[in-house]
Design a protein around this ligand. Structure first.
Ligand SMILES: Nc1nc2c(ncn2[C@@H]2O[C@H](COP(=O)(O)OP(=O)(O)OP(=O)(O)O)[C@@H](O)[C@H]2O)c(=O)[nH]1
Ligand SMILES: [Mg+2]
Length: 386
């Protein structure tokens, strides 16, 4: 079954071309040399990206991957101006980052509802001959063509906006914690890779305050080389200012598991290590107090840690306090999500796009070609030479 959680798409956009200016000389029964009256062409439509909080994924773009703005209308006689081409808005969820698919260059980051960024500018309309009249050329027999359209292949990546991201091996209890703390109901089961797509939950904290937590599929050693589900879901914790590492209390070596996770994050993006981190040792209901004390002594020392159980609720309030404190610490506020974050969007490797979208058919190529092979040439011969 194909998932509804689409966080990665490639689309083809084209702006409208500008309408041509009109070359027209006014002739009327009693005013035979009425002079030039060719109007200007209208501008071609622009293509915009727009943040829209009604969308949570890029699913709606999966099957609608060609965006064509309208062409500008041509100018006409009586100085009538051509109509402007229709602008196109591509609605995306907040947290969508755009890259040029052909160069890998970062284009923009849509973080707020209603935020609008122009991807392509429509061609300007050409000036009609009325605009070129002068004392020395009272009947100019030329007008400008409109500017051509532009095209762009865009890759859109959704990076969820959450405060806390969960990081752990499969089966660590990530989804169980999210369902214990929020009203989110991710699937939970006693086998690895239960979670196949990210989900968000709102965690209620004291006095009506809250924060957003992102549950993502588990990662394993070698994920950076594509093992397991690979690292592609890590983009959803890239923005989180705080990472909650989760290692089960019954794991052979908690410290090593933590270090493996850290290593995979680093290989994905070294910036991930600049984030604040908290460690939760999960399933501690399976451990007795004596064992907990022993394990506590062996925990990594560069990270605040707590033993929790999502089943009995043990340690969960302490964990919330720790998360809240970290989220609101001075050094963390500087990179808060709501301020756009400190996320630096690195340009992408084009080869990666090429392989990721290799099976996407370019069925738009025909459409684009059959479209008016510029009637400009003809027009230039006839009218511009005048
Ligand atoms: N005893 C005990 N079992 C737990 C606890 N938390 C989770 N489990 C169990 O551990 C198993 C895995 O839990 P999940 O929450 O699905 O683990 P996950 O980290 O989301 O796993 P993936 O989605 O596969 O990455 C399930 O059988 C849970 O019931 C806990 O606090 N105590
Ligand atoms: Mg899960």
């Amino acid at each position: 079954m194909e998932s509804n959680f689409i966080d990665y798409v490639k689309i083809y956009c084209r702006s409208g071309k500008g309408g041509r200016g009109s070359m027209h000389l006014h002739h009327a029964k009693y005013n035979y040399n009425g002079g030039p009256d060719g109007g200007d062409g209208g501008r071609g439509g622009h293509v915009f990206l727009r943040g829209n909080h009604n969308f949570w994924t890029l699913l709606h773009l999966r099957y609608d991957r060609h965006v064509f703005a309208g062409h500008g209308g041509n100018g006409g006689k009586n100085c009538s101006t051509g109509s402007d081409g229709e602008d196109k808005y591509i609605d995306v969820p907040c947290g969508t980052v755009a890259y040029d698919a052909d160069t890998g260059k970062y284009l923009c980051d849509i973080t707020e509802d209603g935020q609008v960024v122009m991807l392509l500018r429509g061609g300007r309309g050409g000036l009609g001959n009325y605009q070129f009249r002068s004392s020395t050329n009272q009947a100019p027999r030329f007008a400008q063509p409109g500017e051509p359209m532009q095209e762009l292949n865009v890759v859109l990546e959704l990076k969820l906006l959450a405060d806390v991201g969960l990081v752990g091996f499969p089966n660590a209890g990530k989804s169980t914690l999210l369902s214990a703390l929020s009203s989110a109901r991710p699937k939970i089961a006693d086998y690895p890779f239960t979670t196949l797509e990210p989900s968000l939950g709102i965690v209620a904290y004291r006095e009506g305050r809250s924060f957003v937590m992102a549950d993502i599929p588990g990662i394993i050693e070698g994920a950076a080389e594509g093992r397991g589900l690979g690292l592609r879901f890590l983009r959803h914790i890239e923005r989180n200012s705080l990472l909650l590492f989760m290692v089960p209390g019954d794991s052979d070596n908690i410290r090593r598991e933590y270090e493996v996770l850290l290593g995979e994050l680093e290989r994905y993006n070294p910036q991930m290590l600049e984030k604040h981190r908290v460690l939760a040792v999960t399933k501690s209901d399976l451990l007795d107090d004596e064992l907990i004390e022993m394990l506590r002594a062996e925990l990594p020392d560069d990270i605040p840690a707590v033993f929790i159980s999502s089943v009995t609720g043990k340690g969960v309030d302490v964990l919330k306090d720790m998360l809240w404190a970290e989220l609101n610490s001075e050094s963390n506020k500087l990179q808060s999500v709501s301020e756009g974050g400190s996320l630096v969007h690195r340009d992408r490797e084009v080869q990666r796009f090429a392989s990721d979208f290799a099976d996407w058919t370019d069925d738009y190529a025909e459409e684009a070609e059959e479209d008016d092979v510029e009637d400009l040439e003809e027009y230039e011969l006839e009218d511009l030479e005048g």
